[in-house]
Design a protein around this ligand. Structure first.
Ligand SMILES: NC(=O)c1ccc[n+]([C@@H]2O[C@H](COP(=O)([O-])OP(=O)(O)OC[C@H]3O[C@@H](n4cnc5c(N)ncnc54)[C@H](O)[C@@H]3O)[C@@H](O)[C@H]2O)c1
Ligand SMILES: [Zn+2]
Length: 365
């Protein structure tokens, strides 16, 4: 088992990573239970695929579980589902010092984390992420949110979990397309700040997607280690350090919006295209070499991720309109994460939007 510490003073917590941790979860959860019971928020797919492991693990330590199950999918990050979850938590008599467990992908983590942030003005919660995206990204860092008609993740809170338990064996039942999409966020850490890890990705990325548990464990440990350091430095994305994690996301969100945040383009797939665009745009501006842009793109393509906007019905103007609405805009400007090389990303708040539009129009051909 590996431990990564997220150092945030009084809000510090541990991330434990290890094969079979779900089957041992009672060791950590039993002491957090009240009246020998603990509440688990999950969704139907995850519960069917992995729920029995967690229930059995708790039973072995004499802990009962109160499952609160919601429908799978992004639509559950809604006011309606949040209200259902909160009502149920209240019925169960949840108190501020209680721990609620989020057991699922990023949807469950974001929804449960937000419910925990606002119930009783803040309860504890534990993340047990089951998708690769949630294991390498969303379960660490305390961003919680739901979506509203005006925008994705527009209503939320920073609320750190008290513990994160990551079991790579959960990925055995994750659909390959979801695994691959989550892998885009793994590559992101190499591209942002760790060229040696990008080398590792080039050599072993296909093993992560093929289900090799040792490769998955290494990818998770490296990713969580990188994210923990960034979050510890810039918890609330004020210094620009945490903003680096948005590499590929400004373009990516615009593409997701154009495809209706649907299965047409998964988040990680949109981020893969976005990262390829960010590198090509950086090369075009003379910030990084064309070779580095080609290399970043080639690896994403080699593992089967999309790197071009081909097949997406959109225009440069429509993409620009989405970016203008992006909540990360500040003072009327959109910040882009650009790169000087593989492993050297930086925040550029001074990008001329006309240049971006011209570039996108060319890319769309
Ligand atoms: N809080 C953050 O910092 C942060 C960061 C990135 C993304 N997010 C959010 O995360 C969400 C996306 O997360 P996601 O990709 O995990 O989506 P998700 O939770 O919808 O999971 C993806 C799919 O995989 C299934 N699944 C998950 N684990 C499984 C398992 N072990 N076995 C079988 N099926 C499994 C789910 O049912 C779902 O169909 C988005 O809402 C995004 O906004 C948050
Ligand atoms: Zn992302």
């Amino acid at each position: 088992m590996r431990q990564v510490d997220v150092g945030l003073g009084a809000r510090s917590y541990r991330v434990l990573i290890g094969e079979g941790l779900i089957d041992r979860a009672g060791e950590w959860l039993a002491p957090l239970a009240r009246n020998a019971a603990i509440t688990i928020v999950s969704e139907e797919n995850v519960w069917t695929a992995q729920g029995k492991r967690l229930v059995d693990a708790l039973a072995r330590t004499g802990t009962a579980c109160n499952p609160i199950l919601v429908a799978p999918g992004e639509a559950s990050k809604s006011w309606a589902t949040l209200a259902t979850v909160i009502d149920r938590l209240v019925e169960l008599g949840t108190e501020r010092q209680d721990h609620i467990v989020a057991f699922g992908g990023g949807v469950i983590g974001d929804l449960t984390g937000f419910a925990a942030a606002i119930l009783n003005r803040g309860c504890n919660y534990v993340q047990i992420p089951t998708s690769l995206l949630a294991q390498v990204d969303s379960s660490v860092g305390g961003k919680t949110a739901i979506n509203v008609p005006a925008g994705k993740n527009l209503v939320g809170a920073f609320h750190q979990p008290s513990l994160v338990l990551i079991d790579p064996l959960a990925l055995a039942t994750l659909p390959t397309r979801e695994l691959r999409a989550g892998y885009a966020e793994v590559v992101k850490y190499g591209l942002i700040g760790d060229p040696a890890f990008f080398d590792w990705c080039e050599a072993h990325g296909h093993e992560v997607i093929a289900g090799d548990v040792a490769a998955q464990s290494h990818a998770i440990e490296a990713s969580v280690g990188a994210k923990a350091l960034i979050v510890a430095e810039d918890e609330r994305e004020t210094s620009g350090r945490r903003a680096l994690l948005n590499l590929g996301h400004t373009f990516g969100h615009a593409l997701e919006a154009e495809t209706g945040f649907s299965d047409r383009l998964l988040h990680g797939e949109a981020v893969a295209i976005g990262m390829a665009l960010a590198f090509h745009f950086s090369a075009r501006r003379g910030l990084c070499s064309a070779d580095d842009a080609a290399r970043a793109t080639a690896h994403l393509a080699a593992v089967g991720l999309p790197t071009q906007m081909r097949g997406i019905e959109t225009t440069a103007g429509r993409l620009m309109a989405h970016m203008a609405k992006d909540k990360k805009k500040s003072g009327g400007r959109v910040s882009f994460i650009l790169a000087r090389a593989i492993g050297e990303a930086f925040v550029d708040a001074g990008v001329d939007l006309g240049d971006v539009e011209t570039f996108l129009a060319e890319e769309l051909g």
